[in-house]
Structures are given as C-alpha cells and as structure tokens.
Write a protein that binds this ligand. Sequence first.
Ligand SMILES: [Mg+2]
Length: 183
Amino acid sequence: MLPLPRLLLVLDLDETLLHASPTPLGREPDMRFEEYFVYKRPMVEAFLAEAVALFDVAVWSSADDTYVQDMVRQLAPTVPFAFVWGRSRCTYRHNLELDTYCWEKQLQKLRKKGYSLDRVLIVDDTSEKSRTNYGNAVHIPPFEGQEEDKVLAQLLTYLRPFAHVHHVRRVEKRDWLRRLSAG
Ligand SMILES: [Mg+2]
C-alpha cells in the first residue's frame, strides 16, 4: 500500500497562536508590531516543532498580509511552513443567516496546491471563517493572553492520530476538547 500523503495542518494566527493587544497586559510582551503588544500562546514553539515533524504546516490568517508575514517571521523564524497566507487569500462573504460579513478561508483554494481536502485540517478560534469547510475544521478556544493556557498541548494530543487518518472530514471534531478532557 502506498504511504499516505502528509496531512496539511492550516493554523490561524490571532487568538490561535498569539494575541496582539493595543494595550500591554501587565507583563512584557514577547513581540511588538507597530503599536501592538504581542503575546505568544504558551507552548507555541513546542507545538510547532512537533507539528512540522508530523504534518505539513501552514498559517492562514484573515489579518493584513504584512502583519501576518512579520508576526510569523518573529514567532517562528526557522519553522518550514508550507505557506503563510493573509487576508489577500481570503474571500469576503455575506453570511445570509446572520446578516454578517466575514473574511472566509475557503479550503478549495488548496486543491490548486495539490492538497486533497480529505487530508487537510484547519485550526481556528473563529468557526465562521471556515464555515464552508466545517468538516475540516478544529475549533479551539481563543487565546487572549492567559498565562495558564494549555490548549496547544491539548490540541497536539488530539491531532497526533490524524497523521494516519485517510479521510479527516469523516471524523467528528465538535466538542473535541471536552471529550479529550473527559479522557
Ligand atoms: Mg483567530
């Protein structure tokens, strides 16, 4: 049997890997961007190091492209990301049900890069941004600077087995954190 192609793990940036705040949080920031104080999510370096050993890893944010490139360079200068995309790769869509507008990350765009959506996961704290691909989405609680945050370690535990899953969309992902915590 042929080996499985590596799974592509697409990571959101703001409130997923870091938190950028216009005011300091009572401690020194890890990074700065223009007038923003930027805090890394706890364990982010260890998370990325193990993630790139298991999967192809990319960053896709709906923030401004310049900000995204700068932050990723500061956050993880040596991590070999498959790609780093910002808002210019998102699609501005009207959500008819909620009558809201949102920069969506439409994973169909990854087919042109040779990825099958059977082997793509997207991790985001805002489920609306991947609503057209909810079967690929792992929704996580937002990081807003909490020093005791453990979500990236829990996420890694949850994601490891997906390296061997042929059709990731068939796996129920809702409520993953509660189920993981319940053992
Ligand atoms: Mg986010």
